[in-house]
Design a binder for this molecule. Structure first.
Ligand code: KMH
Ligand code: ZN
Length: 275
């Protein structure tokens, strides 16, 4: 069975450049419903403000969690990564918005021309705050060393809420690990220091999406897809919407005889309490 996470918006693309990007609450909820119907079980959310700019405004985050909860059964995962410009204090406050899950990036990485900063002390604070609030992390892995940092984190500070470790390989970021089959396998092997039963999903940015998806499926991994990572469906063909990417992932998962997990099944796997 395959866990499909949809990351519909991200913080990097602008609505002007990408009109199909869901940026309003209504657009996000509509996308969530359609992606759930197609096989997504988790939604990784970045919120936008009235000008469609990325924001970590606590009120908007809470309203978004509530709306997606009331209209879908999806597991709601808020991004604590935000945008590269977001301060640590605002990123830590995301944990209080009432989501089921939060992302937890495991190290600093060059991010195109920017730097996505994740100091060790910040990672520890985020991990501990999620433990305190019962928020289940998805550990974001941009490079091989991030897996060794995660093993160190768990050894020193204990298991996450829910008692299950789930990581997401984000591959092909300019500055991070490449998005190819060899890297998926290398990262899977580097999970040997994590607790028994830990699971991984993988996403390839841009043109890396297909090799990473196929490698992850064949290696027993799960999938993250969406317009946060991929804006082109095929060479010269812009993505119509997140639904197209989820439908393709669900199709590949079925072909691999590992059909999509329902949100309820995904809750069991990830150690998230039923609602
Ligand atoms: N927007 C990136 C700077 C996350 O959501 O936790 C960070 C990111 C990772 O997207
Ligand atoms: Zn994100």
């Amino acid at each position: 069975m395959t866990l499909i996470t949809v990351a519909p918006t991200g913080a990097e693309s602008s609505k002007t450049d990408v009109p199909a990007l869901p940026v309003t609450l209504a657009e996000l909820v509509g996308t969530a419903q359609e992606c759930e119907a197609l096989g997504a079980a988790v939604i990784h959310i970045h919120v936008r403000d009235a000008e469609a700019k990325p924001t970590l405004d606590p009120g908007l985050l809470k309203a978004t969690v509530d709306a997606v909860r009331s209209e879908t059964k999806l597991i709601v995962q808020l991004s604590t990564g935000g945008a590269v410009t977001d301060p640590e204090s605002a990123r830590l406050a995301v944990v209080e918005a009432g989501a089921d899950m939060g992302s937890c990036s495991m190290g600093t990485v060059n991010f195109g021309d920017d730097v996505f900063m994740n100091r060790w002390e910040f990672i520890v604070a985020l991990h501990q705050k999620m433990q305190d609030h019962g928020v289940v992390p998805e550990y974001e892995i941009f490079d091989l060393g991030h897996l060794y940092s995660l093993a160190r984190l768990l050894n020193k500070y204990g298991m996450p809420a829910g008692g299950h470790v789930h990581v997401d390989f984000v591959l092909g970021v300019p500055g991070g690990a490449p998005g190819d089959a060899e890297t998926v396998i290398a990262m899977k092997q580097a999970m040997r220091d994590l607790p028994e039963g830990s699971t991984f999903s993988a996403t390839g940015v841009g043109r890396n999406t297909l090799p990473v998806m196929l490698a992850a499926l064949s290696a027993g991994g799960h999938l993250r897809v969406g317009m946060e990572d991929t804006l082109t469906y095929a060479k010269g063909q812009p993505v119509d919407g997140n639904m197209q990417l989820v439908a393709r992932a669900a199709g590949f998962a079925r072909l691999a005889q590992r059909p999509p997990l329902t949100p309820a099944e995904a809750r069991t796997m990830l150690g998230i309490q039923a609602r």
